[in-house]
Design a protein around this ligand. Structure first.
Ligand code: HEM
Length: 308
């Protein structure tokens, strides 16, 4: 269960509170249940992103100087909230869904809930557009979709190449890159006599957001990175197959092909994402998860180009 600070205050209203030192911006709160120290919820009270390292040395994924981690900046004295003996017994603190398997599972859990039921069985969102099965794609719409996706993948791949934060460098040459594949597809489509449209707002505005986040807010950027690459390998691939059948006589585009074993490529990236997130405070993790909705908003706009 995710708690905002307000909810935590409510949750702990029946608890006796004892504070052992509190140094403002850099303090963390440890909430202990009656069962003792096993069920700590760690809540960073500082804006933990403030002290992130920019590019430079030390790019080991698991060290706190990996450029995204923030362990080093949370050294303040703890504020400890203990359960009073008289408190009504409560269920053990719920973990964040997926937490045990690693942070990628947490991101996946949030993403799956943002699907509609007709998109994926774990989906919970109310549908406000027709299901993919009822889409009536056009080649013009699909070309717009491909061109604007290229804007996004070019941008993602430039970001990891430039690595404003050293940890981004670990996401170079993952095998999931789509920029070169899209370039080949657009060349082929052109050679078939199709007019390739110019990028539109759907692509350029998302690319601008990604660039800004990559420089100012790594946990938010990483959420978009995960969703862009993993959504494409899941639902995106399934959608692509259907659309290609409908508007390209079943031609299999490079965009939907990966060199090597896709599952192995995804697993390797998952592992790196988990390691990067290991250095984040709970607040940074929550901040990352909260970006999922924005990621769906922008990617949803790109997908809808197919039926425009
Ligand atoms: C019409 C739109 C969409 C459809 C039909 C769709 C469908 C699916 C399906 C069938 C899965 C696999 C579920 C499973 O593993 O059991 C999936 C996974 C996923 N989708 Fe979507 N999706 C759509 C849009 C999106 C969007 C817009 C995003 C975010 C940008 C997104 C993010 C993800 C993620 C992160 C996963 C998990 C991938 C993994 O576990 O490797 N999806 N989607």
């Amino acid at each position: 269960m995710m708690f905002t600070l307000g909810e935590l205050v409510q949750q702990t209203s029946s608890l006796a509170v004892s504070a052992f030192g509190f140094s403002g911006r850099t303090s963390r709160a440890l909430i202990a249940t009656e069962s003792g120290g096993q069920n700590f919820v760690s809540l960073s009270l500082n804006g933990g992103r403030n002290g992130l390292n920019r590019s430079g040395s030390g790019s080991s994924l698991i060290s706190s100087s990996n450029g995204i981690g923030s362990k080093a900046i949370n050294r303040g004295a703890p504020l400890v909230v203990r359960a009073a003996e008289s408190a009504t017994p409560t269920k053990p603190q719920q973990k964040y869904p997926g937490e045990k398997k690693g942070f990628v599972e947490e991101m996946r859990f949030v993403a799956m809930k943002l699907h509609t039921k007709d998109q994926a069985k774990e989906g919970e969102k109310k549908s406000d557009s027709p299901p993919v099965a009822k889409w009536d794609p056009t080649i013009q719409g699909f070309l717009k979709f491909l061109v604007n996706n290229k804007v996004i993948y070019d941008c993602m791949e430039e970001i990891v190449e430039k690595a404003a934060y050293p940890a981004y460098a670990h996401f170079r040459n993952t095998g999931l890159e789509r920029s070169a594949a899209l370039a080949k597809d657009l060349d082929w489509l052109k050679s078939q006599g199709h007019e390739i449209p110019a990028p539109a707002e759907e692509g350029t505005s998302y690319a601008e957001l990604l660039k800004n986040l990559s420089e100012t807010d790594p946990p938010a950027f990483i959420c978009h990175f995960y969703n862009v690459y993993f959504a494409h390998s899941a639902g995106g691939r399934m959608i692509g197959r259907k659309v290609c059948e409908s508007v390209l006589d079943g031609k299999e585009l490079e965009f939907y092909k990966w060199e090597g074993d896709l599952q192995a490529l995804l697993s390797a990236v998952k592992e790196k994402l988990n390691l990067v997130a290991e250095n984040w405070t709970r607040e940074e993790k929550n901040h990352c998860l909260e970006q999922t909705e924005l990621s769906f908003k922008y990617s949803g706009k790109l997908l809808r180009l197919i039926i425009s």
